[in-house]
Design a protein around this ligand. Structure first.
Ligand code: GLN
Length: 301
């Protein structure tokens, strides 16, 4: 037998070399929420409760996996994003809070566009959106949930990631069209047909040389195809997506990117060079430039 507080103490000790105090507190909560259905206040209210054998075994197994460096979200099998639960595994990047901010920026733009009758207009907003490198599908699914009348597509090079994205769309009741493609291929660049109101991407943007300064939980577990680019060509995906956006955005369409905080100026210059207008860098909640938005100049395409 072990009480809740004894389990929390033991888990904190075993994981203290990997996480700081506030992270440990959160981890303890997420584990107990998952296994015991705890709310945040239960952490205090039920701290003297004995854990039954089966629950304790599950909790101990989770701690063992965390101790081996596996990220919490892979251990649990899900991550929270835009208030929704997203299935995650080692084939997809774990959705990050700064990406939630990017999604909020996209949605708020459509709110503002529609003026004071915002709520109704949003629900009827028949826009089309394309999420490039959709991974878990978190961006595409969140857009579809916020703008239910929108047509939303998500592409990824990884079939394994698409399997996860499809599960997430289904679990969150969001009809998104997912398909496999490679943004760097000529065929994709030259594809004709549909034009979009929104093209969005959170592409790989971490230079391989930055790998050494990264937490082992990230670099040893999350998919490298989703994270890294060659040092010599860090904007490879931004270049390809900007080219695609030049020919695949509608006249009033917009391009949104998440960016490496150290490459804001480079991404802005790239977009200006490619003829985009109103290029706007935006800071995330931590004060780093992590997002950019731009509109195509149709006179130059
Ligand atoms: N679109 C997904 C996300 O934002 C995956 C991004 C990626 O794998 N680079 O989390």
């Amino acid at each position: 037998m072990k009480t809740v507080s004894a389990f929390i103490e033991q888990a904190k000790q075993e994981l203290q070399h990997l996480y700081d105090d506030s992270e440990l507190q959160l981890i303890a909560f997420f584990l107990l929420e998952d296994v015991m259905g705890f709310s945040r206040t239960d952490l205090q209210l039920r701290s003297n409760q004995d854990l039954d054998q089966k629950s304790l075994e599950r909790l101990n197994d989770f701690v063992l996996q965390l101790k081996a460096g596996r990220p919490l979200q892979y251990v649990l099998g899900y991550a929270w994003f835009s208030g929704m639960k997203f299935i995650v595994n080692e084939n997809v990047l774990i959705p990050r809070p700064e990406t939630e901010e990017l999604v909020e920026w996209i949605i708020s733009h459509h709110e503002n566009l529609n003026g004071f009758r915002a709520r109704n207009s949003i629900l009827n907003s028949h826009i089309s959106a394309m999420d490039i490198g959709t991974g878990s599908g978190c961006i595409a699914v969140s857009i579809k949930k916020a703008l239910p009348a929108a047509t939303v597509h998500g592409i990824d090079i990884s079939e394994e990631a698409l399997l996860v994205a499809k599960q997430n769309a289904e679990a969150n009741a969001a009809a998104v069209n997912f398909f496999q493609d490679d943004i760097l291929s000529m065929d994709f660049q030259n594809s004709t047909g549909e034009k979009f109101d929104i093209i969005v991407s959170n592409p790989p943007y971490i230079r391989k040389s930055e790998m050494n300064s990264m937490a082992p939980q990230v670099k040893d577990h999350e998919p490298h195809t989703a994270l890294f680019v060659q040092d010599e060509d860090p904007l490879i995906f931004y270049i390809a997506i900007a080219d695609f956006a030049k020919t695949h955005l509608k006249e009033n369409g917009q391009l949104f990117f998440e960016i490496n905080a150290t490459l804001g100026t480079e991404v802005r210059d790239l977009l200006l060079k490619k003829g985009f207008l109103n290029v706007e860098l935006k800071k995330d909640i931590s004060g780093n430039f992590r997002m950019v938005r731009a509109v195509p100049n149709h006179l130059t395409t």
